[in-house]
Design a protein around this ligand. Structure first.
Ligand SMILES: Cc1ncc(COP(=O)(O)O)c(C=O)c1O
Length: 420
């Protein structure tokens, strides 16, 4: 069994805590870059390959800037995310804009930035035309319905609210061609945290075949296909990383068999992964605040599900290392809890760990995607800081912790005095 290790020492974390108290997320820059390069290398021979980092996974401009330097674009899903991309210098077709139930101002901003707009519904063709005007290039999100199985995070495609049906795609691209759209893309996103490389190859095959049919029937040219995100990560120590090169090889083979064979080359291949890009390289660092022994033993931390919601939301496993006790035997069974008034506010249930005491520092692994980003203020919890550990061992705060002033910033307290 592969054990999970940490890219920093206890001394380093202690140094950070002296400046920025727990809880906080810390991201390992070196590992993020190495992984980005590994992905690019694996997909080197895949035609026109580009990864659009799913900003929702870790919406921090420092991280986006690092990924931009590696040639990644940004997959944005809202106006604030579009603005994050713009402020990071990611513009034009380096942005994919995939949102749903989209308001007009988001289409307008996406168009102004020259982003590739990915429509979630056939009715959005008219809406986009009315509100922002149809761009030269448009992408449609395909929901394969019964053709594909989803999973617990994203749901079963037939039950999922996203995308066009197959019939709607034929109608949608036909209408857009008539309206003068020149270039087309196709997108899907049917699974999340999927560890089987075959899943992505199968998805590519479905899309390639559909593109071949659409191109022939409607006499249109597809510029790209976006296979979505969803590549999983080994949250559990016994799980293995998804081998990028297996996906890349399978996609290339399917490309030759369907796209080249039908004279549709070149078609660019895009991904919009979030989790696999930063997930394993981010850690939630939290201190044990209280030990409680009732019918079970609880280690209460200074973090809560507002810092990392995945265990409470999906029952997800996140590995926990007790700093300084890495070599001690895991002899005690604990529920590791947060401080929300919600009994599911637990980072781990019945987890065997070394004996814990107040003040122990816990490192919760694989919190670098869909971690801090999912935070909220329920129970008056303040969002915590984000720290970037640089390759030279230095660290920089890339997001400040919220303060009480931030919490009150949206409340008109002056108005309250005259409010009867
Ligand atoms: C449309 C879309 N693209 C990309 C992603 C990123 O998924 P992941 O982080 O699992 O790669 C998501 C995640 O929710 C999504 O909804």
């Amino acid at each position: 069994m592969v054990s999970k290790t940490l890219p920093f020492t206890q001394e380093k974390i202690t140094e950070i805590i002296e400046k920025y108290p727990t809880p906080f997320h810390v991201y390992d820059e070196k590992a993020i870059i190495e992984n980005a390069r590994k992905l690019k290398e694996a997909f080197r021979d895949v035609n026109g390959f580009k990864e659009y980092f799913a900003v929702k996974a870790l919406p921090n401009p420092y991280i986006m800037k690092l990924l931009k330097a590696e040639g990644f674009g940004a997959d944005c899903s809202s106006l604030p995310e579009l603005l994050l991309a713009e402020k990071t210098g990611i513009v034009g077709e380096n942005i994919m804009f995939s949102s749903n139930d989209t308001p007009a101002e988001e289409f307008i901003k996406a168009k102004e930035l020259g982003a590739i707009i990915n429509l979630d519904d056939i009715s959005h063709i008219e809406y986009l035309e009315e509100t922002a005007g149809l761009p030269e290039i448009v992408c449609c999100r395909y929901n394969p319905g019964p053709l594909k199985e989803g999973n617990a995070i994203i749901g079963n495609p037939e039950e999922a609210k996203y995308g066009f049906t197959r019939e709607q795609l034929f109608e949608g691209y036909r209408v857009m061609k008539e309206k003068g759209v020149k270039r087309f893309g196709m997108h899907t996103m049917v699974a999340s945290n999927e560890l089987d490389p075959e899943y992505f190859i199968e998805t590519a095959k479905i899309l390639f075949e559909l593109i071949a049919e659409l191109s022939k029937e409607l006499d249109i040219k597809f510029d790209f296909v976006n296979l979505g995100g969803g590549i999983g990560i080994p949250y559990r120590p016994e799980q293995e990383q998804v081998p990028y090169h297996v996906i890349a090889r399978g996609v290339s083979k399917a490309y030759d068999e369907t796209i080249r064979a039908n004279g549709l080359h070149p078609l660019k291949i895009f991904l919009e992964c979030g989790r696999v890009i930063t997930g394993p390289y981010g850690y939630l660092v939290t201190s044990v605040r209280h030990m409680k022994h009732i019918y079970k033993d609880y280690a209460g931390t200074d973090a809560c599900m507002a810092n990392l919601m995945r265990p409470a939301l999906y029952g997800a496993y996140h590995h926990i290392t007790v700093l300084g006790k890495e070599n001690e035997e895991a002899t005690h069974l604990y529920d590791v809890t947060g401080s929300l008034c919600e009994n599911n506010d637990k980072f781990a249930i019945d987890r065997l760990l070394p004996e814990l005491t107040r003040g122990d520092v816990l490192v919760i692994h694989d919190a670098g995607a869909h971690g801090h980003a999912m935070g909220f203020n329920y129970n008056g919890k303040l969002r915590s800081a984000e720290i970037l550990l640089r390759p030279d061992g230095s660290f920089v705060q890339i997001r400040k912790a919220e303060t009480i002033e931030d919490y009150f910033a949206t409340l008109d307290m002056e108005g309250l005095t005259s409010f009867e």
